[in-house]
Design a protein around this ligand. Structure first.
Ligand code: CDM
Ligand code: ATP
Length: 273
């Protein structure tokens, strides 16, 4: 003690919705990667408690925080500090990443990972490893993938919180084809070519609810992104750039709209490991 774990932002680089189960949950087929930015959780000795700091701390309150729910599921006590750097309810798995980081920290302290961590959220299993994976089923079927090319990218969020169930509910078609085979990507061009043949099936319904998502995508492309797409159920979008300098300049331009924007990289390993 204290133990610190990074909670990197999850990116659905491609997200196909292929069906719906009887319980209403949707079947997915997604290429998931992780970004070089994220929240941070730190655990210290003490009774179960949570202190939240960081730029998006004010967006969260209450006893139902996923950090606390994760510790309760693991049956462990800890004084948790969450540094909330990611926008809330924004499609980059912030809550799931935080819950997974708490579980990883507890595992380092000797608490076994709880069974059925997916009960905390569909993205928790993929966030536990925080390494690239194909995610299927409702999020629980994971196929680990080799590292993705380290591409400069920008994450941008217009400040509109999108409710995941409402975005799923606004879909026209739920029986879309799955992803094509995922090859080993030799470089950025291969990945971009593969992405161009895939979709995020939640992008159209999210844009119908929050048209500003379309403006974010246009701005990413206008600032030089060779590829841009929404992640998860939105509203955060990512743009891939051919240099870190271009990504930095683009992020500065997107911030001029009053949006959250950050230049980072696809898929570096989390800093704490
Ligand atoms: C859209 C994704 O971000 C893609 O990675 C995830 O599937 C959503 O992950 P999450 O935010 O951790 O989702 P959860 O908190 O488990 O679920 C929120 C709500 O989203 C809907 N939901 C979620 C996952 C899924 N496979 N099908 C769904 O229909 C359900 O209405 C559910 O009540
Ligand atoms: N630690 C946390 N961080 C973010 N949200 C949390 C947290 N704990 C609870 N929540 C609640 O979970 C909801 C979803 O937030 P989250 O940021 O995980 O969504 P998301 O980025 O859309 O995730 P996903 O991409 O997994 O759909 C929010 O409405 C928020 O109130």
């Amino acid at each position: 003690m204290p133990v610190t774990e990074a909670a990197p932002a999850k990116l659905n680089l491609a997200l196909h919705v292929t069906g719906r189960r009887a319980d209403g949950y949707h079947l997915l087929d997604s290429l998931v990667g992780f970004a070089g930015v994220g929240d941070v959780v730190s655990l210290d000795a003490g009774p179960l408690s949570l202190r939240i700091e960081g730029p998006f701390a004010a967006a969260l309150s209450g006893d139902d925080n996923l950090c606390l729910r994760a510790a309760r599921l693991a049956g462990a006590d800890a004084a948790i500090t969450l540094t909330k750097n990611l926008p809330v309810a924004s499609g980059i798995g912030g809550g799931s990443a935080d819950a997974a980081a708490v579980l990883r920290a507890l595992a380092r302290l000797g608490h076994p990972l709880p069974a059925r961590a997916e009960r905390l959220g569909a993205d928790v299993p993929v966030c536990l490893a925080s390494t690239p994976a194909r995610m299927q089923g409702v999020g629980e079927i994971l196929t680990p993938l080799p590292p993705l090319p380290a591409i400069p990218l920008v994450l941008a969020n217009p400040g509109v919180a999108l409710s995941t169930p409402l975005v799923f509910a606004a879909m026209d078609r739920r029986d879309n084809p799955g992803l094509p085979d995922i090859p080993r990507f030799a470089g950025p061009e291969d990945l971009v070519e593969w992405l161009a043949a895939t979709r995020n099936d939640l992008e159209a319904p999210a844009r119908a609810i929050a048209p500003v998502v379309g403006q974010v995508l246009e701005s990413l492309r206008a600032t030089g992104a060779g590829f841009a797409r929404m992640s998860g159920s939105g509203a955060t979008c990512f743009g891939l750039y051919d240099s870190a300098d271009r990504a930095r300049i683009a992020a500065a331009a997107l911030k001029q709209h009053g949006w959250w924007a950050v230049a980072t990289e696809l898929a570096p390993p989390p800093p704490s490991r």
